[in-house]
Design a binder for this molecule. Structure first.
Ligand code: NAP
Ligand code: ZN
Ligand code: ZN
Length: 346
């Protein structure tokens, strides 16, 4: 066992503070990773605040982890000391269910072991990436290509794969019109990846204040959802809408923007129950769906795609003692576009 420095919330809604956590001894199939950078995902904030229900405390959040392999177990075949690697939202799953065998470990029928606020197969709580080291089974580790800087790659481990997976599943590409609602951590990756896939990209943001950034990131059109004209101008024009908003929306208004057979895919996970106006879905055989992160193989595919297309996150690098302030800024939609913690400052 190794004791490592970490930042944790001692109780629900409490500010995060410096502490230590124990990491298990490196097992036969494990790698020990020196964490270099970790992104702050809005999901970290939902969970620290117990917005999704009961959580496990103390909580060390962080599931956008990038680092370097420091030690390998005797049975490890995929990674060697010095390799640049990443960990996303899960660190284990049953491996034998229909979804695990299909490379959809995120939908493991037993439930995957989440990177934090979960219980591992050893019966101990999992602690996430706001820490200096982590021990993970090599099958839940991905390789970060040399072309991607580790700090800007960290957010790809959640925000990147969460947008890449539905864009691929719903066939975004040349000739398709994709809108991304919310230009935050997920949203800005959605814009970059949809653009790299060749789709026509529209940003739907609360205001036009980030318009220049949105166009630079790859958008073809940028509209404010506070302007009612947006909903008449774009009516019936979109094939796919990725909703990355962390709060409830007027879903009916967004459904009306879809073409016949268009789909709205919800990635945002608001804490509140939402009401849905079914009339505007029914009109044009539109569908509403959701998508959760992506499997391990698809996460590797996404990293390779990003390296090939020069895509990475736009980040604001912070010290660990700025985490609580960064949370407030994320809640105020004041993030351009992902906070990443330099773990050397923990
Ligand atoms: P984020 O960086 O805070 O981005 C969310 C964006 O939504 C904001 O930047 C803002 O964009 C917009 N927004 C915020 N509040 C709004 C409101 N009340 N009305 C309208 N728009 C609003 O968050 P994130 O890290 O991208 O995560 C977004 C959501 O996805 C969270 O709920 C998170 O838990 C969830 N998530 C889901 C998955 C999954 O697997 N499905 C994975 C990761 C995260 P504008 O300023 O441009 O309007
Ligand atoms: Zn996340
Ligand atoms: Zn499974």
């Amino acid at each position: 066992m190794t004791t490592v420095a970490a930042y944790a919330a001692p109780a629900a809604k409490a500010p995060l503070e410096r502490t230590t956590v124990d990491r298990r001894a490196v097992g036969e199939n494990d790698v020990l990773i020196d964490i270099a950078f970790v992104g702050i995902c809005h999901s970290d904030i939902h969970q620290v605040r117990e917005g999704w229900g009961k959580a496990i405390f103390p909580m060390v959040p962080g599931h956008e982890i990038a680092g370097v392999v420091a030690e390998t177990g005797s049975g490890v075949t995929k990674y060697a000391v010095g390799d640049r690697v990443g960990i996303g939202c899960m660190v284990d799953s049953c491996r034998v269910c229909v979804n695990c065998r299909a490379g959809l470990e995120q939908y493991c029928t037993d439930g995957p072991v989440w990177t934090y606020s979960a219980v591992g197969k050893d019966g101990l709580p999992t602690y996430g990436g706001y820490s200096q080291k982590v021990v993970v089974d090599e099958n839940y580790v991905v390789r970060v290509p040399e072309a991607l800087p580790l700090d800007a790659a960290a957010p790809l481990l959640c925000a990147g794969i969460t947008t890449y997976s539905p864009l691929r599943h719903w066939n975004a590409g040349p000739g398709t019109s994709v809108a991304v609602v919310g230009l935050g951590g997920l949203g800005h990756m959605g814009v970059k990846i949809a653009h790299a896939l060749g789709a026509e990209v529209t940003v739907l943001s609360q205001s036009l204040r980030k318009k220049d950034d949105g166009m630079r990131l790859g958008a073809d059109r940028y509209h404010a959802t506070s302007d009612p004209a947006t909903f008449t101008d774009l009516a019936g024009s979109l094939d796919l809408i990725l909703n990355t908003v962390s709060a409830p929306l007027d879903f009916g208004a967004y459904f009306s923007l879809l073409r016949t057979d268009g789909a709205m895919v919800n990635l945002g996970l608001p804490e509140e129950t939402v009401a849905i106006e079914l009339q505007s879905l029914f009109g044009n055989r539109r569908s509403m769906s959701s998508s959760g992160i992506g499997g391990i193989a698809e996460t590797q595919e996404m990293l390779d795609f990003c390296a090939e297309h020069g895509v990475a996150a736009e980040i604001e690098l912070i010290r660990a003692d700025q985490i609580n302030e960064a949370y407030e800024r994320v809640l105020a939609s004041d993030v351009r576009y992902r906070f990443v913690i330099d773990t050397a400052t923990i």
